[in-house]
Design a protein around this ligand. Structure first.
Ligand SMILES: Nc1nc2c(c(=O)[nH]1)N[C@H]1C(S)=C(S)[C@@H](COP(=O)(O)OP(=O)(O)OC[C@H]3O[C@@H](n4cnc5c(=O)[nH]c(N)nc54)[C@H](O)[C@@H]3O)O[C@H]1N2
Ligand SMILES: Nc1nc2c(c(=O)[nH]1)N[C@H]1C(S)=C(S)[C@@H](COP(=O)(O)OP(=O)(O)OC[C@H]3O[C@@H](n4cnc5c(=O)[nH]c(N)nc54)[C@H](O)[C@@H]3O)O[C@H]1N2
Ligand code: SF4
Ligand SMILES: [Mo]
Length: 712
């Protein structure tokens, strides 16, 4: 063997030795794809590669965002140490200094203005353990009623609707493998191809088995390209559309009478309401021809199995709850739930969109989906937390309403964990002003986001690579995110930060946790007997069984794949029909001569949410580096706009300047803009502050606007 080969072989084996593999789950969407980061030192350089790992939900698939997620986690702009703002500038601080600042200012504000002067804003991108702990932190350490989270802007209409109809909200009422057995699928306001790419193969399999796919979306999205029927409705008209479908179902007797009789309540009221409606009005309001409504009604009723999936297109409306309930009316009128190949699914959004809505981050909620106004529930949780029930605060207000209270001066301080509301909230300039009014603001983030930039103290946290914990994915499957990448610099895990702050506030005894698993053990006990019961789940089981679908109430319980097979979760065990108003009865701002077009907003494949993370990734920025306004070529022509030109889009609340992209896949009366970019491209400056009365969801998907060519 010659010398140089030996040297080469030795070098190679050294490199191999320096290869390290770190397990995790993608920090982005609800598919929670399992992955590994492979770190390798080659010729003096460190190279990273992310690969998918087999699991029962995504089978090792990952999409471009997951593939490049490490680029933000390892980015040079990631926060390394606490920052305190002094004379308008952030200066580096130690943890001791930061915690001291938090203690002094929080205690002073509470002494002067009471406990409820402090608010907490959480997230569905943190682990179950952290979501649980944040709820406990607000109620036990701060003793404030004011806690809510970014999931309010995300899943709340679907959650409210499912609770009202079924008495229980779990995103999917069925396991994902049921999709292949559905003969007809309705996808309403969900762009799975871009937003949950690794879910698409389930749709493709269903289609291969002969399923008829209906996509309801004002744009012919990448998802709609797969559809057998694409329904391009006017934005915001889903409630009317579904009333039309129900009208035809009743007219043509396309219903399952036996199911209605045995398993539902409220049918007669719904029927009476629907039969008074005029299909002509519905056709006019939705822009959808009656033949299309007939086709959907007949197809969905006549096939033996069917699934309805919704996401934010239909839900992020000020009548989002009603619109989802109307789709659920269709589902229960045709008896398509509780059996294989049937059911409802709200496609969850953020990585822990499901779990983070169960454990007490919501203003009205305690762990395990318990109700903070229910005396029995309060007692159960007070016992677990070892406090007197009277010490537990009452119900607070929803996410946007907290900002209103900041503006009014009632809320004086904010603890923000894992969210960027200055860009993600409706009427964004109002939210910024509200935050600027605060006397004290602490942000816990990976970066100095647009919102964190306004903080008095920023605390540096750990990312998906470092932070172990459980996440509940799209299926309702609780998964264990093993994360072993070393925690560098002064960063701490979100849960450690919560415990440290509680400790300086004198509440350390209630927060003496030493690991995520330690917190999970308390979470298990706190959810026992609740609707979202995790008490039978352990880390050991999660490792062995690769995830468990809740409810799971004891160690031998395999978990629950399909819900509502025999009964619904209301006290009478029945599903409830809803009476849904639409059109002029709903207080949506109409399009007018001055604001003649519908603006709707959403996502693109390469970016995530407010873009704080994905805008740091060179590979993802290369795919899409700025916002754009999707316009029909005829609309562009009417405004004298060419593809690629800058356009000003204005609503009654604000304006943005962005480049237009012409595409005949969008309705002529509609403009679509993604919300991943900031400053003059931040589309939420235009969105209104009105909320759905049931879920408190803003209307991100509907806003009358005007266009004009940008002149500088
Ligand atoms: N690439 C990417 N993936 C993501 C995210 C991301 O930011 N980027 N975010 C994650 C999160 S948190 C969420 S919540 C999900 C969101 O997932 P989706 O809800 O699927 O995504 P959106 O693009 O917000 O909206 C979906 C569709 O609604 C349509 N739509 C607009 N108005 C209406 C309407 O009035 N009626 C109907 N029927 N449809 C309408 C839009 O044209 C759009 O195609 O995605 C998750 N996955
Ligand atoms: N116009 C319009 N607006 C929308 C929507 C829309 O469709 N249209 N969709 C809405 C929806 S569905 C959602 S979910 C919201 C999302 O809105 P946000 O929650 O505001 O969006 P993100 O960009 O996910 O913000 C997460 C922040 O947390 C930081 N972060 C990431 N990981 C961690 C962590 O582990 N710990 C901590 N402490 N910080 C971390 C990131 O750096 C980032 O600054 O936006 C809503 N806003
Ligand atoms: S963004 Fe969603 S689909 Fe893509 S890798 Fe991450 S979890 Fe999977
Ligand atoms: Mo979301």
């Amino acid at each position: 063997m010659n010398q140089s080969f030996l040297q080469y072989a030795q070098q190679k084996s050294e490199q191999q030795e320096r290869k390290r593999v770190f397990p995790s789950q993608c920090p982005f969407c609800s598919m929670q794809c399992k992955m590994q980061l492979v770190e390798q030192h080659v010729e003096g350089r460190t190279r990273y590669q992310t690969i998918g790992i087999h699991n029962p939900t995504t089978f090792g698939r990952i999409c471009m965002k997951g593939q490049h997620a490490h680029q933000h986690a390892l980015h040079r702009e990631r926060l390394n140490h606490p920052l305190i703002k002094r004379n308008g500038q952030f200066v580096k601080a130690t943890w001791q200094e930061a915690l001291e600042e938090i203690k002094t200012r929080t205690e002073a504000l509470q002494a002067a203005h009471g406990h409820d002067a402090i608010s907490v804003y959480g997230s569905a991108s943190i682990t179950n353990e952290e979501a649980y702990l944040l709820g406990k932190f607000a109620r036990v350490a701060l003793k404030t009623k004011h806690i809510d989270y970014n999931g309010r802007l995300c899943m709340s209409s679907a959650a409210t609707a499912a609770n009202q109809t079924f008495g229980l909200d779990r995103g999917l009422t069925f396991p994902l493998r049921d999709i292949k057995d559905a003969r007809v699928l309705i996808l309403a306001g969900t762009n799975i191809a871009e937003c949950q790419p690794t879910l698409m193969p389930y749709m493709e399999e269903a289609k291969k088995n002969g399923a008829f796919l209906i996509v309801i979306d004002p744009r012919k999205t990448a998802t709609a390209q797969l559809a057998d029927l694409h329904v391009s409705l006017k934005p915001g008209s889903d409630a009317a559309l579904t009333n039309g479908i129900l009208h035809i179902m009743l007219q043509e007797h396309l219903i399952d009478e036996e199911f209605i009789r045995k398993r539902t309540s409220g049918f007669q009221e719904m029927k009476q309401h629907i039969t008074q409606m005029s299909l002509t009005d519905i056709v006019q309001q939705t822009g959808v021809p009656v033949e299309v409504l007939q086709k959907i009604a007949r197809k969905f009723a006549q096939e033996k199995t069917g699934i309805i999936l919704t996401a934010r297109g239909i839900e992020q409306q000020i009548d989002g709850t009603a619109a989802v309930r109307n789709l659920l009316n269709i589902l229960i009128a045709t008896g398509k739930i509780g059996k294989p190949g049937c059911g409802y699914g709200a496609i969850t959004g953020q990585g822990n969109g499901q779990g983070a809505r169960e454990h007490g981050q919501k203003a009205d909620q305690l762990p395990g989906y318990r109700d903070i106004t229910n005396p029995l529930h309060r007692k159960e949780i007070a016992k677990i937390w070892n406090i007197d029930e009277k010490e537990l605060p009452g119900k607070g207000v929803s996410a946007f309403e907290m900002f209103e209270k900041m503006q009014e001066g009632e809320i004086k301080a904010l603890f923000l964990m894992c969210s960027n509301p200055v860009q993600s909230g409706p009427h964004a300039s109002f939210i910024k002003e509200a935050i600027e009014q605060l006397s004290f603001f602490v942000a816990i983030d990976l970066f100095v986001s647009e919102t964190a930039a306004l903080a008095d103290v920023i605390l540096p946290t750990s990312s998906y690579l470092e932070d172990e914990g459980t996440m509940t994915n799209i299926e309702g499957r609780v998964t264990l995110r093993e994360a072993t990448y070393p925690l560098k610099h002064q960063r701490k895990h979100d849960w450690q930060i919560i415990c440290d702050i509680a400790t300086v506030l004198g509440k350390g005894d209630y927060f003496s946790f030493s690991s995520a698993e330690d917190i999970f053990e308390e979470l298990r006990a706190a959810t026992k007997g609740g609707k979202a019961d995790y008490s039978g789940i352990t880390y050991e089981r999660l490792r062995k069984e690769q995830g468990i679908l809740w409810p799971c109430s004891h160690l031998e319980d395999p978990g629950t794949e399909r819900l509502f097979e025999h009964e619904f979760s209301h006290p009478d065990k029945l599903a409830k029909f809803a009476v849904v108003a639409h059109g002029k009865k709903v207080a949506k701002e109409p399009v007018s001569q001055e604001y003649p077009l519908y603006l709707t907003t959403g996502r693109v494949m390469a970016h995530y949410q407010t873009g704080v993370q994905t805008r740091k990734s060179t590979s993802l920025v290369a795919r899409q580096f700025e916002a754009y306004a999707e316009l029909h070529p005829d609309t562009a022509k009417a405004y004298g706009l060419q593809h690629g030109e800058l356009v000003t889009i204005r609503s009654t609340r604000g304006s943005v300047i962005i480049r237009c992209h012409l595409s005949d896949t969008i309705r002529k009366d509609t403009v679509f803009v993604p919300f991943h970019w900031s400053k003059h491209q931040s589309i939420n400056q235009l969105i209104g502050e009105h909320l759905d009365p049931h879920s408190k969801m803003p209307g991100f998907k509907y806003c009358p606007v005007q266009l004009s060519a940008y002149k500088n």
